[in-house]
Design a protein. Structure first.
Length: 217
């Protein structure tokens, strides 16, 4: 995604997209995955955030976590979800290209992940999330989001409007147009589109172990 958008940006915004990916990876390892996907374990049966038991990916190993996947390793599932966490702020950076300085982008991404992404990911995808209409029968708002329409696209789309009024670089864009790299952007558009078409964050129903495969009728 960073390379696809980077083909239509100046090198500075390209750097911002890649730096955001590294920053989000660190936040994910520190506490992001735990806040998003650990159970909140509240008495009411739903929660806004998960507990910090998986901070530093402690306990996230090759054993499957049957709350989310019956046969996929827990660490593989966490890396798969990291992909969504990286892509979402990258979409925002694409909207504010050339309008924010490097330090401001990193600060904005850090605050946004803490305030918006981690809580929203837990509420929609977490096993006891406030809005998890797939697995949590006690969810007050039963949303169903398999591929990130709420957590990724709606959140990034609306959030991209937030920094625009305070970014004073718009006038400069009219004087210094961004040099596009059409070839580079075209090369990376193929894997980006294929990846978007083939991703789904959650299965349609909880995994239930069976002794033998079903017999075709």
């Amino acid at each position: 995604m960073a390379d696809w958008c980077g083909g239509r940006m100046c090198s500075r915004s390209w750097r911002n997209a890649w730096a955001s990916a590294g920053l989000v990876t660190i936040l994910w390892w520190l506490f992001g995955y735990s806040l998003a996907f650990h159970s909140g374990e509240t008495a009411r049966g739903w929660s806004f955030l998960g507990k910090l038991d998986w901070a530093f990916l402690r306990g996230v190993d090759s054993t499957p976590n049957t709350d989310y996947a019956g046969w996929v390793s827990h660490n593989v599932f966490s890396m798969y979800q990291l992909m969504f966490a990286i892509i979402t702020p990258a979409l925002i950076i694409g909207a504010i290209a050339e309008r924010m300085k490097f330090a401001a982008v990193l600060l904005f991404v850090t605050i946004w992940m803490l305030v918006v992404y981690f809580p929203l990911a837990h509420m929609v995808w977490g096993v006891d999330g406030l809005m998890n209409g797939v697995w949590n029968p006690k969810a007050p708002i039963p949303a169903i989001d398999f591929a990130g329409g709420t957590v990724v696209h709606m959140s990034s789309g609306w959030s991209a409007l937030t920094p625009l009024p305070d970014s004073g670089q718009a006038a400069r864009l009219r004087q210094e147009p961004m040099p596009p790299r059409i070839t580079w952007s075209s090369v990376w558009s193929a894997p980006a589109c294929c990846g978007s078409a083939g991703t789904g964050s959650t299965p349609a129903a909880p995994w239930v172990p069976t002794a033998s495969p079903p017999t075709p009728s």
